[in-house]
Design a protein around this ligand. Structure first.
Ligand SMILES: Cc1cc2nc3c(=O)[nH]c(=O)nc-3n(C[C@H](O)[C@H](O)[C@H](O)COP(=O)(O)OP(=O)(O)OC[C@H]3O[C@@H](n4cnc5c(N)ncnc54)[C@H](O)[C@@H]3O)c2cc1C
Length: 459
């Protein structure tokens, strides 16, 4: 509980309009993409780096927990006030400060909505590739803190690959510039990429310098159905062997297809056991050439059907099949625990076999879909929380899934982070010496442990 005197001091730093303490106003800040609920004591809205520093210095002095927050779309509980405290919402620091066409960089504040940046740079012929499926709601600050991925990661990489430099505020109130505003730079330790993906536990990001690319001239979307996952996975390998890295290479399994079958404008063959959604981009000649090579690979891979969109409207229809998947899974069971594991791309068929075995042994549906191109698959454990026996199966199932993924050379999270939901499993992937070093780094940034406590590391 934050003491009254501390709330008054915080109010003096930002003005009364930028501090919420009343119950109804706090409500939108109690949850995130996990749908878990934890109430903060107050929410504060800094407007500048200087204010952010003043708030954090006061919080360290008075040992007030501070939980940075973007749009609250995180899928591992990173922005939740698990033990109360002060949520620091960066939503009003939302200006695009500069788009530099000469040097191909953008400077933004953390509260900029990802899609707004993409639209702004595309208007001047440039391109910001990271595209989490939440782009219309998530913030760049949240993307940086989680190192968000997205559908285009197979070709263009993840948020980390586009962050050149940051302004960050340490919990002690020190303001630090990290990285560079140039394409190269190796002076000192790479603090930029230490903060990227640190889930708001090391510092608060208050401005970001991003690398941009020229906007690709055109793109082409394709969709193919296969009788089974092995054929789809072999086709993925065959596309890569042909020297093509598609912009998008998304996979959907049989259970997911059954959930979306009735709502689709496009026909899903009754014997379809897997779907691939593919997109290539570049100049018109290259796109034509690559899409015809992909068609060859699909035919050779025994695709039951193959469609190539020739207009944006047709492409939209193909995309609908992928977009419908996640919400449609609630037809199976009322609750879903989503994992975003990664396996080496070539081991996708093995992963699907593991999921079938776990699904039948635990007697719960485990529909899977996601980024086949980079092996990052969203596995959904469908269950009914009201049913005790189903509820109690989830944790051992997750643990067994993670054990198998790690044995396959994979990782327990490709883009959603550890937060609170995966903290109990982190030691399965990172043994004690690595975790101890991370704790010492955390202590160097945050000696009093006030910034986002309870995240990543188990208390
Ligand atoms: C429908 C849906 C689809 C999604 N699809 C994807 C996807 O395709 N790929 C993907 O990677 N993720 C995806 N996500 C997850 C989520 O959108 C991302 O993790 C996103 O980056 C979170 O951004 P946010 O602004 O909502 O951050 P929040 O949820 O508010 O915060 C996330 C973390 O960042 C920290 N944080 C936020 N801002 C700052 C800051 N300025 N300084 C320091 N720390 C900060 C918080 O403390 C927290 O730990 C999806 C979520 C939803 C709901």
């Amino acid at each position: 509980m934050i003491r009254e005197a501390d709330l008054e001091a915080l109010g003096r730093l930002v003005g009364p309009d930028n501090l919420l303490t009343g119950q109804p106003q706090l409500e939108p800040y109690t949850t995130d993409g996990t749908k878990l609920v934890f109430a903060p004591d107050a929410v504060i809205f800094p407007r500048t780096t200087r204010q952010t520093a003043d708030i954090l210095r006061l919080a360290t002095d008075r040992e007030i927990p501070v939980i940075p927050r973007g749009a609250g779309t995180g899928m591992s509980g990173g922005s939740l006030a698990v033990n109360g405290g002060l949520v620091m919402s960066l939503e009003h620091m939302n200006r695009i400060l500069e788009i530099d066409r000469e040097n191909l960089i953008a400077k933004v504040e953390p509260g900029v909505i990802t899609a707004h940046l993409q639209e702004a740079v595309e208007k001047v012929g440039l391109f910001y590739p990271p595209d989490p499926a939440s782009i219309h709601i998530s913030t760049i600050g949240g993307n940086v803190a989680e190192c968000a991925g997205g559908l285009r990661a197979v070709k263009y990489g993840v948020t980390r690959d586009y962050v050149l430099g940051l302004t960050v505020v340490l919990p002690t109130g020190e303001i630090i510039r990290t990285g560079v505003e140039t394409m190269k730079g190796v002076a000192g330790y790479d603090l930029t990429h230490l903060v990227v993906g640190s889930e708001g536990t090391l510092a608060v990001v208050t401005s970001i310098t991003l690398r941009l690319l020229p906007k690709p001239e055109t793109q082409r979307t394709m969709l193919a159905f296969f009788a089974n996952v092995t054929q789809a996975a072999n086709t993925v390998s065959s596309i890569i062997h042909r020297g093509i890295i598609p912009t998008i290479l998304e996979f959907v399994d049989r259970t997911c297809l059954e959930c979306i079958r009735k709502e689709m404008a496009i026909f899903i063959p009754p014997d379809a056991g897997a779907m691939l959604l593919m997109e290539v981009d570049g100049n018109a000649f290259m796109v034509e050439q690559d899409s015809s090579k992909i068609k060859d690979a699909c035919e050779e891979g025994k695709a039951i059907s193959f469609k190539k969109a020739s207009t944006r409207a047709e492409a939209e229809q193909l995309w609908q099949a992928r977009r419908e998947v996640s919400p449609s899974l609630y037809k199976l069971k009322p609750h879903k625990t989503s994992e975003d594991i990664v396996v080496p791309r070539s081991r996708l068929p093995e992963l699907i076999a593991v999921l079938h075995e776990l699904s039948s042994r635990y007697d719960l549906p485990l529909p899977a879909f996601g980024h086949a191109g980079d092996g990052n698959i969203h596995v959904n454990i469908m269950h009914d929380r009201e049913n005790r026996s189903e509820r109690e199966k989830v944790v051992p199932l997750v643990k067994e899934l993670f054990e198998k993924i790690l044995k396959m050379g994979g990782t327990i999270t490709g883009e959603h982070g550890i937060g609170i939901t995966k903290a109990p499993y982190l030691e399965m992937e990172i043994p004690k010496p690595g975790l101890n070093l991370m704790s010492r780094i955390k202590e160097a940034f945050d000696p009093k442990g006030i910034l986002n406590p309870g995240k990543i590391f188990l208390p």
